[in-house]
Ligand binder design. Structure first.
Ligand code: BES
Ligand code: MN
Ligand code: ZN
Length: 484
């Protein structure tokens, strides 16, 4: 999609549709002047209340060059910020492209005319123009917008470029997550990471099974052993040319390309969705693509343990005891609690590589969906200051997170009579015990764990986003690196 920022006014925009934002209160003088009172009329008739995501379309508006004039509801003007505009832009694009509109220009004026708003709007346009249709042979009825423009008196070209980088990175992540387990194996994921790194000027290293065996990653390898698909630990490195910090940030992402549960097999119903169990890994790779372009002053390295969790004659058994790279032994009480098993070896490896701060993203537990639904990411930490930085970025990017507890009482849940710890904590507090398990391997390095099981996949199409992968965490990670 062509993305640009121009200096144009309502009357001289030439596009299939020009969009003006209206709020719950207040007149739209410019629109009324150009159209002889249309905005006032649709407000009076009740067709447009200005509520967030309200849309009315006027065809062939007199006095304008655009083919359509769209009034878009911004809701309460006092609460209208980048998060609302990102969503609103998405809803506009999805409605209009379904009607074969190819070019949209959004007018940014008044208090909404800021760089943050222009960036967020561009992100929203790109995110909403993505469709999970790559494997459909019949593409009739699937429409895409071809051009999105921000028009304003201020020059927002830099903000629009930044928004496009973020939106494209998020869509890159969604493309990865959308791929089924047969087409995106650990090795394919590694190859895609390598291609992205090469195109972005990043360093990429892929540790194979042999190397991981040498390093003693028994916890990760135990998960992978039941699959014919070899595992990969994908490492992507960004080093700033002009560092502004001596810190080294690790982004760790769960990369289970398919999760059958292993011998502790999952129920068949809905198992197809477990292709998204690599959404955390895909998010850190997407973030790296944007980081390469936006060049923060801090070193960032992505670590993606990629494995397939299968059941076979060679799969690990409940009760198996594995030795992690850290030396801690783990009793695998449930082979379906595999995410934590691969993450702790990736985290130990990251620590040995000298990272100073770590964030991980993982579709880790069904329990976090029970606790928070599909609204918030569950955020856990061993360092409140670090969590504060992540939460600040998440808030700025409209990705909701909720601080979850990690009290030491959870340690008792993970006791094993036969090994240093068990990999599950029993029935209660499942997302907390999963997080506590990982915490045991962080060795005091400031760390934030993001459980994205409820937020990485959208079950029903929303006005601003189609059903499928959301690309959650990409924007938060990039923002975190840029504001480090
Ligand atoms: N990938 C799943 C978590 C998951 C479940 C994500 C549902 C999205 C929706 C994870 O590997 C898993 O299976 N977790 C188990 C842990 C349990 C065995 C302690 C779970 O949540 O049921
Ligand atoms: Mn599992
Ligand atoms: Zn899993």
């Amino acid at each position: 999609m062509k993305i640009q920022a121009v200096s144009q006014t309502l009357a001289n925009v030439e596009a299939d549709a020009v969009v003006v934002i209206g709020f719950e209160s207040g007149a739209l003088a410019e629109v009324d002047l150009a159209t002889g009172g249309w905005a006032a009329e649709v407000r009076e008739s009740g067709e447009f209340g200005g509520k967030l995501l309200d849309l009315v379309v006027l065809h062939r508006p007199q006095g304008l060059k655009a083919k359509r004039l769209v009034l878009a509801g911004g809701g309460d003007a006092a609460k209208f910020g980048p998060t609302q505009l990102r969503k609103l832009t998405g809803a506009i694009v999805r409605k209009l492209k379904a009607q074969s509109v190819k070019s949209v220009t959004l007018l940014l004026e008044g208090e909404a005319a800021t760089a943050e708003m222009a960036q967020a709007s561009t992100e929203g346009a790109l995110i909403s123009n993505w469709e999970a249709t790559i494997h459909k042979s019949d593409k009739t009825g699937i429409h895409f917008l071809e051009s999105f423009t921000i028009a304003s008196a201020t020059d927002f070209s830099a903000a629009v470029i930044k928004g496009a980088i973020l939106g494209e990175a998020q869509n890159f992540t969604r493309d990865l997550v959308n791929e089924p387990g047969n087409l995106l194996t650990p090795m394919v994921m590694a190859a895609k990471a390598q291609a992205m790194a090469a195109a972005s000027g990043l360093e990429c290293e892929v540790l194979d099974r042999e190397r991981m065996t040498q390093l003693g990653m028994g916890s990760l390898l135990g998960v992978s052993q039941g699959s014919l698909e070899p595992p990969a630990l994908i490492v992507v490195r960004y080093k700033p040319e002009n560092p502004t910090s001596t810190d080294h940030l690790a982004l760790v992402g769960k990369g289970v390309t398919f999760d059958t549960g292993g011998v502790s097999i999952k129920p068949a119903d809905g198992m197809e969705k477990m292709k998204y169990d690599m959404a955390g890994g895909a998010a850190v790779l997407g973030a790296m693509q944007a980081i390469a372009k936006l060049k923060p002053g801090v070193a960032v390295t992505a670590f993606v343990p990629a494995v397939e969790n299968m059941c076979s004659h060679n799969a690990q058994r409940p009760g198996d005891i594995v030795t992690s790279m850290s030396g801690k032994t783990i009793e695998v009480l449930n082979t379906d609690a595999e995410g934590r098993l691969i993450l702790v070896d990736a985290i130990e490896y990251a620590r040995q590589q000298g990272v100073t701060h770590m964030v991980d993203a993982a579709t880790l537990t069904g329990a976090v969906v029970v606790a928070l639904g599909h609204v918030h990411i569950g955020a856990f930490t061993n360092d409140d200051a670090m969590l504060g930085r992540v939460m600040k970025s998440a808030k700025a990017q409209g990705e909701k997170m909720w601080h979850m507890p990690l009290d030491d009482e959870y340690k008792d849940y993970l006791k094993s009579p036969f090994a240093d710890l068990g990999n599950i904590g029993g029935r209660w507090g499942g997302s907390c015990t999963a997080a506590y398990f990982i915490k045991e391997f962080t060795g005091g390095t400031p760390w934030v764990h993001l459980d994205i099981a409820g937020t990485a996949w959208l079950d029903e199409t929303a006005p601003h986003m189609p059903k499928g992968p959301t690309g959650i965490c990409v924007r938060t990670f990039v923002d975190l690196a840029l504001n480090w």
